[in-house]
Write a protein that binds this ligand. Structure first.
Ligand code: KG4
Ligand code: ZN
Length: 338
């Protein structure tokens, strides 16, 4: 079976991993979060520069951790889209260069396909079809996974992504960046029933929209209005209660759509991926609702929920085993549907 080395640099993690037959041989993740924290979010130029600084060392570490030399690598992959263009270019250029130098096949992987494949790292025997719920900083998608490379998007967000909503609400509560983990932690100490917040209903599908679309901008605005009201009244903002109420509302909204979609399409497995899959509220809610409906829910281990290169290598190795390779002229795209 093939060893695939993959590079993931679509946002603020410089990640390199080697995967063989859905088994992780090595996984290096150099987070840039400390470099972006002072700006309250990811600064694209800083991200590109940091990827450049870190990439060579991360590649060397991935090989060393796996105990492999280049002669044992059968393919080299990188995330090609979507993401920050400058950041993607660092990883893609590195992968193409290594493919030329070492005379290996090269594969470009869609970042969301990588998040779908994260599930296979802990469930290597999982077979399509299944429903993938992808909830990250940039995406909130319900995807019907039919086969390797065959996906149908059944739902998206019409405005903010789930992780983006966590990050924006954290910012307006002065909790820093990234917001998801902080809200998750604070929510454990708060009352989820303290505030009734809107789940974000959307109108029925029309012109380019999907049946299972959602929306988070109204929820974010509702939190903003509450914070403004507390400020106006001179009261202290009950941060933990707000965090808990916000989190439970997001969890309910995502759960409702995912369950309805799985039942309507007759899919008995929901595989969750993306940074927000780490959220304890979503995990509890979705798990409970799924068992009520006799559906199976799979969450990757936390380290493979957020961005990593093992998921990219896993997708690339499946494609490689089917004889798929990418041309060396492949470029990066900031936006690209699956
Ligand atoms: O998948 P990811 O690492 O990057 C993207 O592809 O966007 O997701 C990052 C997002 C951030 O918005 C972060 O706040 C959110 O995932 N996140 C969480 C948690 N851990 C990370 N959101 C809610 N609860 C968490 N525990
Ligand atoms: Zn991601």
């Amino acid at each position: 079976m093939a060893n695939v080395l993959a590079i993931e640099t679509s946002c603020d993690e410089t990640a390199v991993a080697i995967v063989n037959n859905r088994q992780v041989r090595s996984s290096i993740i150099a987070s840039q979060i400390p470099f972006h924290q002072q700006y309250g979010g990811v600064v694209p130029e800083v991200a590109s520069r940091q990827h450049l600084e870190t990439i060579n060392q991360a590649i060397a570490q991935a090989l060393e951790q796996a105990g492999l030399g280049w002669s044992k690598i059968d393919g080299i992959a990188a995330t090609c889209a979507p993401g920050l263009v400058g950041a993607l270019l660092v990883g893609l250029t590195a992968a193409k260069t290594l493919a030329i130098v070492h005379n290996k096949p090269f594969l470009g992987v869609h970042h969301l396909e990588g998040h779908i494949y994260a599930t296979y790292l802990s469930e290597p025997t999982l077979d399509p079809p299944f429903l993938s719920l992808l909830v990250s900083g940039g995406h909130t998608s319900l995807i019907y996974v039919k086969d390797c490379g065959s996906y149908e998007t059944l739902g998206e967000t019409r405005d903010d992504a789930a992780g983006e909503a966590f990050d924006k609400v954290a910012r307006l509560l002065n909790l820093g960046y990234p917001g998801g983990p902080v809200i998750d932690r604070l929510a454990q100490q708060g009352d989820p029933q303290a505030f009734a917040l809107p789940e974000g209903k959307v109108s029925l599908p029309s012109g380019g929209f999907h049946r299972y679309d959602g929306s988070f901008s109204g929820l974010k605005t509702a939190v903003l209005r509450l914070v403004q009201q507390f400020d106006k009244d001179g009261g202290q903002v009950p941060v933990a209660d707000l965090a808990a109420s916000f989190q439970v509302t997001v969890a309910k909204a995502l759960t409702k759509r995912a369950i309805a979609c799985a039942l309507d399409y007759g899919l008995n497995t929901i595989a969750v991926g993306g940074g927000v899959a780490a959220n304890s509220g979503l995990r509890q809610h979705l798990q409970a609702a799924a068992s009520e409906h006799k559906l199976r829910v799979l969450f990757p281990p936390l380290k493979f929920c957020t961005d990593n290169a093992a998921m990219i290598a896993c997708a690339a190795s499946d494609h490689l085993s089917r004889g798929h390779i990418s041309p060396l002229t492949l470029g990066v795209e900031s936006r690209l549907s699956l």
